[in-house]
Design a protein around this ligand. Structure first.
Ligand SMILES: [Cu+2]
Length: 76
């Protein structure tokens, strides 16, 4: 699912984000500390340095295949 990270009362919190809208020609960055893809119900722990294939579903039926590299939680 898509999450958004916000700072509230000095605390960083994550909340589910509804579908993302990207204007034609615009760029949307998914990154730690902002909008990000939150993986849930993993079958096994992810190992830093490994890669995870993801398929992002697009409105209208399209899809976008991407590869996410697993980084330690301390990584920026
Ligand atoms: Cu999250």
């Amino acid at each position: 699912m898509i999450h958004d990270t916000r700072l509230e009362d000095g605390q960083s919190t994550m909340r589910p984000h509804e579908r993302l809208s990207i204007a034609p020609g615009a760029t949307l960055r998914l990154a730690p500390g902002g909008l990000h893809v939150m993986l849930q119900a993993l079958a096994h722990p992810l190992t830093p340095g490994s890669e995870v294939p993801l398929v992002l579903l697009l409105e209208g039926g399209g899809s976008l295949a991407v590869t996410a590299r697993v980084r330690p939680l301390s990584a920026r």
